[in-house]
Design a protein around this ligand. Structure first.
Ligand code: F6R
Length: 591
């Protein structure tokens, strides 16, 4: 949540560079933005509500600055609450990502000392704490280093002084430095994501928790706990820039749906030895938990069914935000498998910190190398889906499913066969994602986009998929959508079904076919408009979306793709900002 950027050089104007970075980081939060530029010992600050890509702002001269694109946590969406925040003398500006859990306490203490607060945010305590330390005789570096340990929760920030010194601190939320050396004096970027500077450089330094980077004449790193200087390694990233662009597609979401053809192939390309080794660990573990949030949690839920079907193994699925109710079960022999596209989701990371303390083993499935999740895990599977920019996850979801399936096949001693099944499935996905198919789904969207509610039902493995389908439709089109287990409908929710209520029936070629058709008949009897998503047609369907005929355990991949397209077209027809749905952010780094 929130995108932060710092830029330091000695000749180029910082403002346009910071603005470009903020546009790239916008997917992390986009309700307001702001920046601070330093020139001649004076900080100039601009703050605006709205998205940086569609709002007017003023430019300031100066070669050093910081910027922020906000996802509001503490305080309404106003210019006053937008970052950067400053101290009483307007000499220190701070951009921040995270939540300072003890900010109220700090704010009360500082107010008693006469500090004047202008916003409702937690962030504003940071510049005032730094100011207080400077008043007490510390220099800027010492003042910032003293503040870092006081902030409870997951917090990363960049502080800029009017003396042209910039300090970045990481604890919990990512901060990455980009170094561009075209001449002797480098340009330095600090961002919450490499996308903030990928156009400029791929030479990066990953800041770890409780480390700070200081940029003045040189670039220096310190460990906050020891207060000692440390050395950090420069890494050259191998990333295709085109991945971060829309190309000829109107939206990232559509591009990423279409990219599934290639992404799934990359996901399947895992190291067999590691798969077999970890499959053994899964088979020997005492208790296995799959944890994740949102869509990734739904993949975890589907994993329960996949492991049951393929490997005859019971695994537990828990939403990471609820994991604290289960973590007393963790012992060293327990295995926690975390799924997260970003690798930065706060609830997942906090759960894993507990697992680590209890010495349980951690395996992760993520899209992001060097993410906090990667760092905390004993072993990481990278899905290699490529950059996923649209807030609604599509290609990462199906790629995560591929890795879960590979693990389940490996546990069952059927890895080679499983890979053949998946390669065959990917071929079918290729055939499926064609313009005619897209048009067929678009036509359905045209029929139902004015509805207030969409119901999705599924049995067996299609039940958790119905929940994921509902997330996709809701977040992109703002139509209320809800997924149900087919058998549960008549225990309450069927009361909502009336004439023309759209009910999507997810069906696979498995033993639950007859029963889900009975459930479809039940809703049809109450006037529902029944949409079948299945390999076979059925007279009960008013509209049929054909899916490839695949093994039931792999069917969530092919059943989900048409729903992703439907969500996309519903969003377009409703005039929604499909890549940046309201109130959402791609990377949820706060609890
Ligand atoms: C919905 C969506 C979110 C994420 C969730 C977890 O389309 O993308 O529900 O799945 O915020 O994010 P990651 O996977 O980064 O942990």
């Amino acid at each position: 949540m929130c995108g932060i950027i710092g830029y330091w050089n000695q000749e180029k104007d910082a403002c346009p560079i910071i603005i470009e970075s903020l546009k790239k980081l916008e997917y992390r939060g986009y309700d307001s933005f702001g920046f601070a530029i330093v020139l001649n010992n004076k900080l100039s600050v601009e703050r605006k509500t709205g998205k940086v890509s569609s709002t007017e702002y003023q430019n300031f001269p100066g070669v050093i600055g910081i910027g922020h694109t906000r996802w509001a946590t503490h305080g309404k969406i106003t210019e006053n609450n937008a970052h950067p925040h400053r101290d009483c003398f307007m000499k220190i500006a701070v951009v921040h990502n995270g939540i300072i859990e003890n900010y109220q306490e700090i704010k009360n203490q500082l107010s008693k000392k006469g500090h004047n607060f202008l916003s409702e945010t937690d962030t504003e305590v940071i510049p005032h704490l730094i100011e207080e330390n400077i008043r007490n005789g510390l220099d800027f570096k010492e003042a910032v280093m003293d503040v870092c340990p006081l902030l409870q929760g997951r917090n990363s920030f960049i502080a800029l002084s009017s003396d042209q010194e910039m300090i970045a601190f990481r604890n919990g939320s990512p901060l990455i430095l980009g170094v561009k050396k075209n001449n002797k004096i480098p340009e330095i970027f600090i961002a919450s994501d490499i996308q903030g500077f990928l156009d400029e450089t791929r030479d990066v330094i990953y800041l770890d928790d409780n480390q700070i980077a200081i940029i003045k004449e040189n670039l220096e790193f310190y460990d906050i706990n020891t207060k000692k200087r440390i050395e950090k390694r420069l890494i050259r990233l191998d990333i295709d820039l085109k991945e971060a662009e829309k190309g000829s597609y109107p939206h990232f979401m559509l591009k990423e749906i279409m990219e599934q053809k290639k992404a799934l192939r990359r996901a399947i390309n895992q190291d067999d030895k590691n798969l077999m080794h970890l499959a053994r660990e899964i088979n020997e573990a005492k208790g296995i938990f799959f944890i994740g949030c949102g869509t990734a949690a739904k993949v975890c839920h589907i994993a329960e069914y996949i492991f049951s079907k393929i490997a005859n193994k019971h695994v537990n699925f828990v939403q990471a935000s609820e994991f604290e109710n289960y973590n007393h079960f963790l012992i060293p022999e327990t295995l926690v498998i975390a799924i997260s596209q970003s690798g930065e989701t706060a609830d997942v990371l906090e759960s894993l910190e507990i697992a680590k303390k209890r010495k349980s083993k951690i395996i992760s499935i993520t899209n992001t190398k060097q993410s906090s999740l990667d760092k905390i895990s004993d072993y990481t599977f990278f899905i290699n889906a490529g950059i996923e920019k649209a807030v609604a996850s599509t290609k990462a979801t199906t790629s995560q499913l591929i890795v879960v399936l590979l693990l389940a096949y490996a546990c069952a001693g059927r890895l080679e066969e499983g890979k053949r099944i998946l390669i065959d499935l990917i071929g079918k996905v290729n055939d499926m994602l064609n313009p005619r198919y897209e048009l067929h789904i678009k036509k359905l969207a045209e029929k139902i986009y004015q509805e207030e509610n969409i119901f999705i039902i599924g049995r067996g493995i299609n039940y958790p998929l119905s929940l994921e389908s509902a997330i996709k439709i809701m977040e992109v089109s703002y139509i209320h959508a809800q997924g149900f287990a087919g058998g549960e409908l008549k225990h309450g929710p069927i009361a909502l079904i009336k004439k023309d209520s759209p009910v999507i029936v997810l069906m696979s070629n498995d033993e639950s076919k007859k029963e889900i058709i009975s459930n479809a008949i039940e809703v049809k009897s109450r006037g529902a408009y029944v949409i079948g998503v299945s390999p076979e047609n059925n007279p009960i369907f008013d509209y049929w979306i054909k899916t490839p005929n695949v093994e039931a355990e792999t069917s969530p991949i092919v059943n989900l793709i048409p729903i992703q397209l439907l969500a996309y077209y519903l969003g377009i027809l409703k005039g929604c900002d499909v890549d940046y749905p309201r109130s959402l952010a791609k990377s949820v780094t706060v609890k």
